[in-house]
Design a protein around this ligand. Sequence first.
Ligand code: BMA
Length: 381
Amino acid sequence: MKQKLTLLFLFSVFLVTSCQEKGTEGNGITADPQTTPETQNLLVNLKKLTSKGIMFGHQDDLLYGHDWKYEDGRSDVKEVCGDYPAVYGWELGHIELGNEMSLDSVHFDKIRQLIKVAYRRGGVNTISWHADNPLTGGSAWDVSSNQVVKSILPGGEKHELFNTWLTRLGNFFLSLKDDDGQPIPVIFRPFHEHTGSWFWWGQKLCTTDQYVALWKYTQSFLEKMGVHNLLYAYSAGSEFSTVAQYLERYPGDDVIDVMGFDTYERNGDNGREQYMKTLSSCLNVLVKAGEAHHKLIALTETGFGGIPDSTWWTKTLWPTIEKKPISYVLVWRNAWNMKEQYFAPFEGQQSADDFAEFCRLPRTLFQQDISGVELYQKDQE
Ligand code: BMA
């Protein structure tokens, strides 16, 4: 009997410690069990906000626009509809190299400063990371080797280099502080569009196990650095048609907070029909996956480059997403130095009036619609 009790005791100790090691005891809210209260509040409040509407997001909105860069207070979106987006996307590619400027020629100091501005307004910040290829030294789009992910995992020849890169990334996250020195929560969306094969972490460039290990390693590295202001977003391309396909490389409920995908309308025959069909079917799958795993869902990137359709916002995008419980829709950047690359309108652009109408819809949420919501405060209800 005594022996049995001892065994039982030892087994319980094993269970408790292994749960603690894996962090599975959690806080019941976010994937990282130690996230800051503001980050937890953000996730809880974003989930609630989905009943009110869909937030609009724009990549690099405050940094530059179609024909300007670094002008305080400016935003192409605001100039067209009178309000800032509710969600602000930022890009950290080249932070890993220790550079002062990103791959899009933007100073990381400026990004840090504007993340703070957006946070002060009560907006939501989300960060993508087109990290260079650590094995070849090429860009994120260098898919010449399928050994890259393997090479940066423990035991791989570029593992130490990757640790250095993650340290630089983590230091940036640690530097995001409000006026009181408290960490600013952000949604971190690395290794995105992995269902396609155009980035070194893509479908044909690594195995499922390697991709999942990459996520887990990254998250635990950042946690060990003391980074606890992140919600982690898993964001596929549109190459899936079932929940099983969507979740094929899902790192797990203990890693991910937000689920999403990226898809774009392209010029060409049936471009609009094709886009609406893909968007709608992927959203149906995303809704199911989100419900099954109790995750916040979002259309993490979309748009129609150059917006050659004057009613795109109210006749193509909105009818396809309006009934879905997504948290936000983010359109990509208006590159000041590439005149054809823009995804939000600017004054005089052919879809500007339609965008202003889209902004006025009761269920599209821009900055003023969410400023009163206090996304980072604990709900008093
Ligand atoms: C891409 C394009 C590139 C850019 C990259 C990272 O989709 O916008 O011009 O460098 O995103 O922001």
